[in-house]
Unconditional design. Structure first.
Length: 363
């Protein structure tokens, strides 16, 4: 399967220089040999774990509407398995909204979309107290955050005050108003999008909020064959607003997701692999190009996402290759380049690739 990593040929993490920034990788760095099967491929009969097969079927269903974004779909599934949030970065028109809608439909989950704009207020996201003239009391009217998957579209186009309205929801899975805490549905994740090339009139997310995203997934422009397939589907009448007509059906639900989460939590991690995760994270704090390294929260995020990847790969234990496969999407938004490194054109993924190449791998 494909995985979101370098925008270039996959770096040889066993040694060698990282790939140049600005190119596109087709394969995950050091991808596990038993990686999840591509969309549409089925496991042999008798070897299927029903919970795992249900999630692989979800990828098949999403593929009926979205072409060439298999790695992003897998990243979203990993986030749901870990109960984490996802930052989707891509230019307009690469099917970010369609992917989230198709995933929600295939999983029978509720989803709501909020277009983040400069005049959006915190109450427009979380909800607010409204005066009821009939009862002469204030009642709480739920905002769109009360859903399973909240699509926060162009999250960096709204001021920090409104961005911060999501912090409690993302961390505590609740919304507090008038001294009352109201729990959010289970599961709940935020899928936030941002444009990587247009920064005029934007408000970059602060490090504290970036650190609350489990993964940052880059959604690239499709390859030529994939783009031909997209245009072909539209020429035959595909309507992205009508997923039912595209044949997308629900193949799993919250109960299957809960069972899968329990199995992911049981995936074993050897002490040597735990130490490897810590060594990778600590190396980011000593990297000369970084002024901000990864915190312990990033280490635990790398652990949980590696567990989910291992389980989707059909194993009940984590390998160092699992850690390498998830390192870029899990860590790239938790580090900060020094100004002089930015001026030299250094890319975050390049530095992380060098770190993965230099940290000794347990045998």
């Amino acid at each position: 399967m494909h995985w979101d990593g370098y925008t270039g040929a996959a770096p040889p993490y066993g040694g060698g220089a990282p790939a140049p920034a600005g190119q596109q990788a087709a394969v995950p760095p050091a991808a596990p040999a038993t990686a999840p099967r591509p969309v549409g491929e089925r496991a042999p009969a008798g070897s299927r774990d029903p919970a795992r097969q249900a999630l692989l079927d979800v990828r098949h269903e999403v593929g009926k509407a979205v072409v060439g974004q298999d790695s992003t779909v897998t990243g979203m599934l990993i986030a749901l398995l870990c109960g984490g949030h996802v930052l989707l970065e891509g230019v307009p028109g690469v099917a970010k909204t369609l992917l989230v809608r198709a995933l929600s439909k295939a999983l029978s989950l509720d989803t709501k979309r909020v277009q983040f704009t400069p005049d959006l207020m915190p109450g427009d996201v979380t909800g607010s107290l409204v005066y009821d003239s009939h009862s002469s009391e204030f009642t709480f009217r739920e905002g769109p955050v009360f859903t399973n998957i909240l699509l926060a579209d162009e999250i960096n186009r709204t001021p920090p005050k409104t961005q911060a309205s999501l912090l409690e929801a993302m961390e505590e899975r609740q919304v507090s108003a008038d001294g009352v805490s109201r729990p959010l549905p289970v599961p709940f994740i935020v899928a936030a999008t941002q444009n990587p090339v247009e920064y005029e009139g934007t408000y970059p997310l602060p490090e504290a909020q970036l650190d609350r995203f489990l993964l940052k997934l880059a959604m690239p422009l499709p390859a030529r064959d994939d783009e031909i397939e997209v245009v072909r589907r539209h020429s035959e009448g595909f309507d992205p607003r009508n997923l039912a007509a595209a044949g997308v059906t629900a193949v799993a639900g919250s109960s299957e997701l809960e069972r899968a989460r329990a199995k992911v939590a049981a995936v074993r991690v050897a002490p040597e692999v735990l130490a490897y995760i810590v060594d990778v994270v600590r190396a980011t704090r000593a990297a000369p190009s970084f002024q901000l390294g990864v915190s312990p929260r990033g280490a635990t995020a790398l652990l949980t996402s590696s567990r989910a990847w291992a389980w989707l790969s059909g194993r009940d234990f984590v390998t160092p290759d699992d850690v390498k496969a998830l390192a870029l999407p899990c860590l790239r938004h938790r580090v900060g380049l020094r100004p002089e490194a930015q001026m030299d054109g250094v890319h975050v993924d390049e530095v992380l690739g060098s770190i993965l190449a230099s940290v000794p791998v347990p045998r």
